[in-house]
Ligand binder design. Structure first.
Ligand code: CA
Length: 536
């Protein structure tokens, strides 16, 4: 892999290379850096009638008007006019098919052969009181409302400068800033989504069960509503458990409007003082050897191109299967990007109930989009299209392969917390930050992110392993991409090779032995809550 990174291949110097994903496909994508010029003769003798950019499709046979265009063995569109063999098949030549109806789907019909358990793989993690395992040891400061963000940030800067050097076992201090809490219809049925998302993020395994809240005082989302009694393993409860007396339930809240606060610095002092207690406990923790089954991996893609579904996502899919075999938890998400593959997913569900839960989430999302007078086709970006993805159907077929081949055993609605091992469909929007935020709420302790066009995405709360779909991107973004799956298209590595590389890197990163590039540069995207409820 490193060899592929270090020996740049001059654009256009290699033999013409096209990739067909399925034997029935009547198009293939051009793999060469820089694309291929008009007149190029492909290995099978076909001569290009147009210049075809890298990642874009070429017609392998004559496609008369109305013909079905097949990629991944599925219809990605119908030809809007006659397309001669050797032509560039771009998005303006394709009519997108309608979405599959959500009735009469195959429900739990596929029973994959059980794969042998993968044993003996471990990592060094932080074991929490609730049984979960962290890959980092971070103090998170929960906020009930956006109003307190500036004060909290000021306090966090002081905590980092004055306290953190005294607590070397603590990796970071992170303010959980968000736009919610006031100016919202807090009793609307869908408000449950942002509220439980924020609650569950506060309980992410990387925060060690130390929950501390900064509140304004007058906001709609009161601390007791965000974290009601019983929702968290309370600090006192855990301390008391050691000495065997009854628990006093106290939520650690710094309320800025409290009468005791006189002047800005008294608020900052309160936050810093409370943080110190939590830092002392976090600092006393040590990594212990735990089985790979304690990984909770969220996978997603962003800035996708036509190689996403050829190189990086299949390698993630192979790694997903390894993780499931090791007994770990893996989540795939991004509803609009799997909607067109719903029949594959419901068929792979372990039970009809799991399949039905998937249908429920898809139907909810169809209705949500319809309320906004759009459908799933609103997903594809100008960059996706420039990268060769004609429409959402083609994008979905490449996205869904991240889920590998294991049975789907669990479904989460947005903001719910994961309770099961194995492969889970966690319903989220495809938006990178919203998907990442919801996977954090589900309890992810490691994130894998594939990109073709390139994105510097990162999160403060968990390490993000970024995977480039093309060697060209891996070369140019050599200090942002952690793995080059483009080696698969170059022919210098197999899907299995890159999948294993990813699996081993995950164990190293989870153990803190290696940092991802996003961690190295401290690239932290905002938490973005999914709020489908009205704002007032
Ligand atoms: Ca995404």
């Amino acid at each position: 892999m490193s060899q592929a990174l270090q020996t740049p291949q001059a654009a256009g110097s290699a033999a013409p290379l096209t990739i067909r994903m399925h034997a029935s496909d009547n198009v293939a994508i051009v793999a060469n850096d820089g694309g291929l010029p008009v007149g190029t003769e492909l290995p099978g003798g076909l001569v290009l009638r147009d210049k075809v950019p890298q990642g874009h499709k070429v017609a392998l046979v004559d496609l008369p008007k109305g013909a079905v265009v097949l990629r991944y063995g599925v219809p990605i569109g119908h030809a809007l006019s006659d397309i001669a063999a050797g032509s560039w098949v771009h998005e303006r030549l394709l009519q997108m098919p309608d979405a599959r109806e959500l009735d009469n789907l195959p429900m739990a019909t596929v029973k994959p052969e059980p794969q042998p358990a993968l044993e003996g793989y471990t990592f060094e993690g932080y074991r929490n009181a609730d049984g979960s395992v962290g890959t980092r040891n971070i103090l998170a400061i929960t906020q009930t409302v956006q109003c307190v963000a500036g004060v909290t940030d000021f306090a966090v800067q002081r905590i980092k400068a004055e306290l953190l050097p005294r607590f070397p076992n603590v990796d970071d201090v992170v303010a959980l800033e968000h736009g919610y809490g006031c100016g919202v219809a807090i009793d609307a049925p869908d408000a449950v989504i942002p509220i439980r998302t924020l609650r569950h993020i506060s309980l992410n395994p990387n925060f060690g069960g130390e929950v501390m809240v900064v509140s304004l005082g007058c906001e709609k989302l009161q601390p007791e509503r965000l974290l009601p009694p019983g929702s968290i393993p309370l600090v006192d409860e855990r301390n008391v458990a050691d000495v065997g007396t009854s628990a006093e339930t106290r939520l650690d809240v710094v309320c800025l409007q409290d009468d005791a606060h006189v002047g800005f610095m008294s608020m900052v002092d309160s936050i810093v003082r409370q943080a110190e207690e939590h830092l002392e406990r976090l600092n006393a923790r040590r990594r212990v050897t735990v089985p790979a089954s304690e990984l909770v991996v969220g996978v997603q893609c962003g800035g996708s191109d036509a190689f996403s579904g050829v190189t990086a996502n299949p390698a993630v899919g192979f790694c997903t299967d390894l993780l499931v075999r090791a007994g770990a938890s893996v989540m795939f998400s991004e509803t609009t990007e799997v909607r067109d593959g719903i029949a594959q997913l419901t068929a792979r569900a372990t039970t009809p109930e799991v399949a039905q839960a998937m249908v429920r989430e898809m139907a909810w999302y169809d209705a949500y989009l319809k309320r906004g007078s759009v459908d799933r086709s609103a997903n594809t970006t100008p960059g996706n299209k420039k990268g060769g993805l004609s429409n959402i159907v083609e994008k979905a077929m490449g996205s869904i392969v991240k889920s590998g081949s294991a049975p789907i055993s669990n479904v989460l609605a947005p903001g719910e917390k994961l309770k099961h091992k194995g492969l889970t469909y966690a319903a989220t929007p495809a938006s990178d930050f919203i998907c990442g935020t919801l996977q954090l709420a589900a309890g992810m302790n490691l994130h894998v992110f594939t990109t073709g066009r390139g994105t510097p995405y990162g999160l403060a709360a968990v390490p993000v392993i970024k995977v480039a779909t093309r060697s060209d991107l891996a070369r140019r973004w050599h200090d942002l991409m952690d793995i080059n799956a483009g080696a698969i298209a170059d022919g210098s590595a197999s899907i299995e090779d890159v999948g294993w590389e990813m699996f081993r890197l995950m164990l190293d990163v989870a153990s803190g032995r290696k940092k991802t590039w996003a961690e190295h540069w401290k690239l932290h995207n905002a938490l973005v809550l999914f709020n489908p409820a009205p704002v007032t």
